[in-house]
Design a binder for this molecule. Sequence first.
Ligand code: C2E
Ligand code: MG
Ligand code: MG
Length: 705
Amino acid sequence: MTVPESDNETGSGFPVPDDLYRRIVDNGSFGVLVTDLDGNIVYVNPRLCESSGYLLDELIGKNPRIFQSGRTPLATYRDLWATILAGRTWHGELLNRRKNGDLLLERIGISTIVDANGETSHFIAIAEGQWNQPPSQLMGGRQIATDGLTGLPNRDALIEKLGEVLTVSHANGSGFAVLYVDLDGFRSCNQSLGPIAADQVLIEVAARLSSAIRRNDLIARTGADEFVLVLDGTLDKKVCGETSGRILQALARPMNIDGRLLEITGSIGIARYPLDAGNAEDMLRAAILAQADARREGGDRFHFFAPEMEAQANTHLDITSQLRHAVDRGELRLHYQPQLSLSSGQVIGVEALVRWQHAVQGLVPPGAFIPVAEETGLIIAISEWVLREACRQAKEWQNGKLPPIRVAVNLSARHFRYSSLPETVASVLAETGLEAKFLELELTESAIMQDPAKAIRIVDRLKNLGVHISLDDFGTGYSSLAYLSRFAIDRLKIDQSFIRDITTNPVNASISTATIAMAHKLGKIVVAEGVETEAQMQFLRRHDCDEMQGFLFSRPVPADDLAVILREGKHLSFGSEPEAVAENTLLLVDDEQNVINSLRRLLRREGYRILTANSGVDALELLALHTVQVIISDQRMSGMSGVEFLSKVKDLYPETVRMSLSGYSDISMVTDAINKGAIWKYITKPWDDEALVREVRAAFRLARQ
Ligand code: C2E
Ligand code: MG
Ligand code: MG
């Protein structure tokens, strides 16, 4: 029994595909409920409305959690998920709650609905029998309404308790604080981990929060990843701040979930009675506004409520409602950033990046509205517009006799899972006349790792159309290498966070070079994102990276500017260092210019090409730009010491021969570095000219071996 998707959204009537189904479903004595894969209710039959006491409109779009009484044992839900995720039907009993608060024991069968391609599209629950039960029989007399997963009081219990605290505070003239704690990025964590592991995270979070507060403070779970703490009798800003700091620390400790180490952060909003609000609901609202403010500043922090937050919240609402019309009003724009070959230097593609031309705020970057669009579901309409416009533009460039290039479009996780995506892509290509090989779709790790088996099938369907697929922001998610080989992905885009310090941070350099090597073994092409300097580019070239994208060549630009780049044949030039010249290069590093000068005078006669730098940082830049065989570095330099510099060089350029110039007082540090292999030899300051020349010759001999 499936429900046509178009009808689900309307919320009017009880959509069923044909008359027989309608009669079965409408007249049946069983309740029926259907959700989409995100757990949103898309259909309920009249019987279910009747037994639960909710109207149809109150249920459509909600999560079935609305029925939870908090009294079904946690183990029941675990069993439920394990069974249906394994593709079987679950039968069992749930103690649910009617809208009027009455408890209802229901025998329920839950299973998955598959679409024409055999892919899970919905979940369906059928209530097979119901009994009204007095709570005491089931709960052994436990009265407080709790959340089924963590055993903490739920939202209703919290509001009730807050009312009591408020009355007491009011009566005796004391104060209290409400802390609203929301986990950062829990949605994506939920998506990539799956519901069972995500539940474990929440249970662990509940335990950590409970241990971070005093015994007489109250803690409740009010939503999926939302917790509320009530600090009774505490109004003091310092104490509230200290408690919040303690909570953030407790959350930040790595969490071991099924053998994976996770790092979780949270955002906390603090409201204080009677300063910020006068009743329980308003206190909660003030704390939520403060939390949203903390989240906007990047999360992992706490903010106290301030009256101006009301106005900001209204702006956010405004953005949502305006974004709804942005597509129809033609307010979206695409900018294009060139992607270049690191062997030919030519532009071989562009990435389309969306912007919102807002009447008041000007050009709004995607970071400011894509997350809102994801939350509200507007992302599908935006994503489809981007796809169509990018293909249209690419075809227009080709029609204008510009060199044909590939255009890459970012797909949100939500759009990727949208069942009609392959059909949409096919029809956009047909409509715009762009050949499939000129379109690339960029996926993120979280989009594919959420349900890898399903993602493999979607990627295969897309690949069958002839489009290219790339994996964006590689290295920032949880992808497993084992899975990667099973995806028909053409390109890996190394995230810009690794590229940023690739020439100075041996760890990020190794991650990047290992990614390149691994991707090549799997037959994939590697693109480096966010390349801003010549040094980064040369480093990547030297380590066989195939392509790059970044401000070094061009920022994302409007279509007309991109046409100019293509028409004029602008490209990257790689400098003129023939490999042979580089065979004889010596790098001198010292923060005293006179030392550099005398070393240079001495060694020039030997015919070396000599590069010089006055600091470790400058020297690392030179190393990225040029091939160097031998390095002589001073030990005592302000900033990075010689040993520190040479140790980084050992990791980044192990084939170099490294020598240290140091006074006797530094010998212990230098010997340590020699023992670790960072330094081949040390030369004492002041040096003997003849001996130094001999050592440098020996170093070059070693380098050539
Ligand atoms: P992304 O797909 O990883 O895109 C690359 C981002 O890095 C772009 O930011 C680009 O302007 C920026 N960038 C490129 N080169 C450099 C550089 O050398 N240095 C620095 N610091 N940054 C560089 P932008 O345009 O703000 O887009 C941000 C993100 O928004 C994108 O990250 C993508 O995830 C998302 N996005 C953009 N357009 C769309 C879209 O049409 N649909 C969807 N779903 N997401 C989009
Ligand atoms: Mg991208
Ligand atoms: Mg990226």
